[in-house]
Ligand binder design. Structure first.
Ligand code: SF4
Length: 484
């Protein structure tokens, strides 16, 4: 018999206490970092970009520049147009980007800066937007000498509406809307993976290549945020999706987009994703899938790849899947009936809940700071597939902060927490292990190398969880034992 679901703890306060989400423009900056030659610029105060750099560096252990229009008190009254124009000019001169991705912040959204209009003025003053193919040249002498103006795109990312995932997807969509072109169809496949780790992206590339598919991965932070050691600092790191490939996305045969909650983006107030845009504008077939975490969600992804490629999955993947099922059987005695709290980005939590249910762990609370409005129905959809799982009574909470998660956790008696490093204080208080996944991982090395996706990612997660459970048992045992 599954344990009864706990009652939702009513909030007795109005503020957020340690949000279970990150700031919206941070996600946009990460997505821009996954485009070749792109430079992110925040329209806001210095503090915002400092905070974001700090978070990103601590997770990826890579240097990252995020420019800022450096607004001060005066701008809060008179507007930030002058600073933004100066900032754009400085960034173009210093970094020579191919693409400049501008994301707004809480301050600039609150004072009501009209960034698209400021950009229009800027381009007019600088001599026009330049040639779309080459990113330039404009007429202004300074820029002509430097090879012209880059493509400039902007996204509206107030952080009091939405999460870093909303910012991430909005930036991807803005890049596709600005660049993708139609024309004669190619056999390529667009893959929009969402915000996953560099290790996940490298594995996705291996999978696509294994199926013999030509593909465009957007964005691609696998090199730009996890690069080999360099002797010299590169102002804009190598790697990222080439602009020419983004242009060709309108001619692809299909787009695969990960993210079950995507179509109802709360932050955007706009139901269209990048894949929707490509379908509506260029008639590119769209396949919407959940993040392929665990066997069921990965099977769905592989079924689409088999359909698009016309080939069965390569033997290497079928063998990995078979070994994973064998490992599920081996580990069942350790995991069955354990109670796990899963938190973080909505789509990551949905994938993890699906995976945990397969292993016999009961996700007793699925929590996210996101507010897509689809979180609960998606969790129930992925967990209902597994016999014996109490999908109907499963507590699913959106718009949560860590204070609320901690309040609910007290009565839930969880055995495990699964989520990012921000849950560590709760794990410590409850004296239970934290399985670190997603972003940010601040208190361990190798956040960028965590593999979550596919059969291989599930195998890695499974081994980590089982061994953590065994280690906890050993540590808690008064006598100690070496044979499990
Ligand atoms: S939440 Fe708002 S104020 Fe804070 S760092 Fe993000 S954009 Fe800046």
């Amino acid at each position: 018999m599954p344990a009864p679901a706990p009652q939702k703890v009513e909030r007795k306060y109005v503020s957020t206490v340690n949000a279970c989400k990150l700031c919206t423009p941070l996600g946009a900056c990460l997505a821009f970092r996954g485009i070749e030659g792109a430079m992110p610029l925040l329209h806001g105060s210095q503090g915002c970009s400092t905070y974001m750099r700090r978070y990103i560096i601590s997770h990826f252990n890579e240097p990252i520049d995020i420019a800022s229009s450096s607004l001060g008190e005066k701008n809060a009254i008179y507007g930030g147009a002058i600073n933004l124009k100066k900032g754009i000019t400085n960034v173009i001169r210093k970094y020579r980007p191919q693409l400049l991705g501008i994301a707004t912040t809480c301050l600039t959204e609150t004072i009501g800066d009209n960034v698209p209009m400021i950009l229009k003025e800027y381009l007019k003053e600088a001599g026009g937007p330049g040639d779309r193919e080459t990113g330039g040249p404009g007429d202004r002498k300074d820029f002509r000498e430097q090879g012209g103006l880059p493509l400039i795109i902007s996204v509206s990312t107030p952080s009091y509406v939405g999460t870093h995932m909303d910012g991430f997807h909005l930036a991807v969509k803005a890049a596709v809307e600005s660049l993708a072109e139609g024309g004669e169809k190619t056999g390529r496949v667009n893959l929009l993976p969402g915000f996953v780790s560099p290790a996940d992206l490298r594995y996705l590339k291996e999978i696509m290549e294994g199926f013999g598919l030509e593909y465009t991965l957007l964005p691609d932070i696998s090199e730009s945020l996890d690069a080999p050691i360099l002797e010299e600092y590169h102002k804009i790191p190598d790697g990222g999706t080439p602009l020419s490939e983004i242009r060709a996305m309108g001619r692809a045969q299909a787009t695969i987009e990960f993210g079950r909650t995507l179509n109802y983006s709360y932050a955007a107030g706009n139901p269209y994703t990048a894949a929707d845009y490509l379908q509506a504008r260029f008639d590119v077939d769209k396949y919407s899938l959940g993040l392929p975490i665990g066997i069921n969600e990965t099977d769905r992804f592989f079924a689409v790849l088999e359909h698009l490629s016309g080939h069965p999955a390569p033997d290497s993947h079928r063998l990995e899947r078979g070994r994973l099922i064998d490992a599920y059987v081996d580990s069942h005695k350790y995991l069955f009936g354990l109670r796990g709290i899963v938190y973080g980005e909505e789509d990551l939590v949905i994938g993890l809940a699906s995976f945990l249910s397969e292993t016999g762990i009961v996700p007793v609370l699925c929590a996210s700071g996101g507010k897509s409005g689809r979180f609960e129905e998606c969790i129930r959809a992925v967990c209902a597939a597994h016999a014996g799982n109490p999908a109907e009574s499963l507590p699913v909470r959106e718009g949560m902060d860590f204070y609320q998660i901690a309040e609910e956790a007290e009565s839930l008696k969880p055995d495990l927490l699964i989520g990012n490093s921000k849950g560590y204080p709760l794990a410590r208080k409850l004296n239970i292990p934290l399985i670190r996944v997603g972003f940010p991982i601040h208190d361990r090395i190798g956040g960028q190398r965590i593999l979550h996706l596919g059969y291989r990612g599930a195998q890695r997660l499974l081994d980590q969880i089982v061994n953590t459970v065994i280690e906890k048992k050993q540590n808690d045992s008064p006598v100690g034992y070496a044979y499990m």
